[in-house]
Ligand binder design. Structure first.
Ligand SMILES: Cc1cc2nc3c(=O)[nH]c(=O)nc-3n(C[C@H](O)[C@H](O)[C@H](O)COP(=O)(O)OP(=O)(O)OC[C@H]3O[C@@H](n4cnc5c(N)ncnc54)[C@H](O)[C@@H]3O)c2cc1C
Length: 425
């Protein structure tokens, strides 16, 4: 099957939705592809049904009315030539030709290995939050959260609201850095308010800085965690541990397309144009900045594609939010101790069972792939790649297709004729 359109947007999170709305409202033929079954991305997951978030509702309605076409369950797996994407949809595949492309592929959690991190009951901080929002029973369960930044508090607040007994929220950043970050939020009144609401919701929950997990223990599943809390060791019996340190952008497709990456983010100009002609990038790809950044950069990209001027207020928001993203990156940077938690037999790649000791002789990611099968499993290095980068400084440059696990057949150019696709809904 083939699709042809003016603008293709990859990712239907806030960034992709804002870009698609601006371009489609200006009359362009816009196609939005997302691996998920509904639009909304990570932060607005399930909001098409739940309708609990006013901002999400406003943008999802606008998206539905914009005229942009949406293909759910569409995973972009390769980009074999300029202007062409290969997409896998369930059991079939699709070739999509574009005039312009907006990348809005978002971010995922950063996992760092520690003894016991693969035990059942141990998961990401936001991953646990998502499971609970999707119905994982957590009432009365004892939970420890270890991570960094505002998402740690957001997860704690969700779990507490669903009846979990949150024993400890362990922020890795030193106290001075953490409170310094909190103080500069006066420049971002919306975020300050969000932070104050979460802090009020978490009154009575033990929250510490300069704290991290040392080890998860248990026979068949998690039974307890050993923590470093402000310089002292503690052991806590618990049912769940959420452990992840901030987010890392999903750069695989941008890398495959040849976009310039610096400091872990795609390099763009004020129109969100990458260094590759006809390709823009928005949202978390530009550095972790949250939903506001995703919306503002998405709008700027959509306006630029439609050749419409950007309102000055939008440009000012972008500059302000960019400064917030820089401050967040400094706050969330994993401290040195977190890179030394794994022991020789701790698995680094859980798909292929590769322990840290198997990498002793490897000098880079390529050798680790070739000789030890690091990152060669089902997740294609999406979990162990950023961990290897944090532990050894190995860069993930030189990504080869597919950028997501795919069937061999999806990498062939299909030859069938176009079929109509759904309107955004
Ligand atoms: C697990 C998790 C939970 C989070 N929870 C919260 C929260 O509760 N509150 C909060 O404020 N922020 C949360 N965030 C942060 C949030 O993701 C961002 O603030 C915001 O959603 C970024 O928007 P975005 O449009 O850049 O990307 P996203 O919202 O991440 O959207 C990216 C979209 O791209 C799609 N995609 C990626 N690659 C491909 C591909 N190759 N082919 C097709 N589709 C693709 C994904 O399926 C996804 O829907 C969370 C992040 C994560 C990772």
């Amino acid at each position: 099957m083939r699709e042809v359109c003016d603008l293709v947007v990859v990712g239907a999170g806030p960034g992709g939705i804002a870009a698609a709305c601006r371009a489609a409202e200006a009359g362009l033929d816009v196609l939005v592809l997302d691996a998920q079954p509904e639009p909304g991305g990570q932060v607005w997951r399930g909001e098409t049904r739940k309708k609990s978030n006013r901002l999400a509702r406003r943008w999802l309605l606008r998206f539905a009315a914009s005229g942009a076409r949406f293909r759910p369950g569409a995973r972009v797996v390769a980009a074999p030539e300029p202007g062409l994407l290969l997409v896998e949809e369930g059991a079939s595949s699709l070739a999509v030709r574009y005039e312009r492309l907006v990348l809005a592929t978002g971010a995922r959690e950063r996992f760092l290995p520690f003894p016991g991190w693969t035990l059942p009951g141990v998961m990401g901080v936001s991953g646990l939050q998502v499971l609970v929002k999707d119905g994982l029973p957590i009432q009365g369960r004892r939970v420890v959260l270890a991570g960094t930044g505002p998402l740690l508090l957001a997860a704690a607040s969700t779990l507490q609201a669903h009846g979990a007994e949150v024993l400890l929220v362990a922020e890795q950043a030193p106290a001075a850095q953490h409170w310094g970050f909190a103080l500069q939020l006066w420049r971002h009144p919306g975020k300050l308010l969000q932070g104050a609401v979460m802090a009020a919701e978490l009154l009575g929950v033990r929250t510490t800085t300069e704290s991290w997990v040392l080890e998860a223990r248990g026979e068949r599943r998690l039974e307890s965690v050993r923590m470093s809390v402000g310089g002292r060791e503690e052991q806590l019996a618990c049912d769940y541990l959420g452990a992840a340190w901030g987010l890392v952008p999903n750069l695989e497709l941008a890398r495959l397309l040849g976009c310039e990456i610096a400091n872990g983010a795609v390099v763009v100009n004020d129109h969100m144009e990458t260094r590759v002609p006809r390709i823009q990038a928005v949202g978390e790809l530009l550095g972790i900045g949250g939903v506001d950044q995703a919306l503002v950069t998405g709008e700027l990209a959509g306006l630029a594609v439609a050749e419409q001027p950007a309102p000055e207020a939008l440009m000012k928001s972008w500059q302000r939010i960019h400064a917030f993203a820089d401050a967040l990156a400094r706050h969330d940077a994993p401290r040195a101790e977190l890179r030394k938690l794994a022991t020789p037999d701790t698995l680094l790649c859980r798909c292929e069972d590769v322990p840290l000791s198997a990498l002793n002789e490897c000098r880079d990611l390529r050798e680790a792939r070739l000789y030890a099968r690091l990152g060669m499993g089902a997740c294609q290095g999406r979990t162990c790649g950023p961990a290897a980068e944090a532990l050894f400084g190995w860069s993930a440059e030189g990504v080869r297709p597919p950028c997501l696990p795919a069937r061999i057949g999806s990498l062939r150019l299909p030859t069938e004729t176009p079929t109509p696709s759904k309107r955004a809904s």
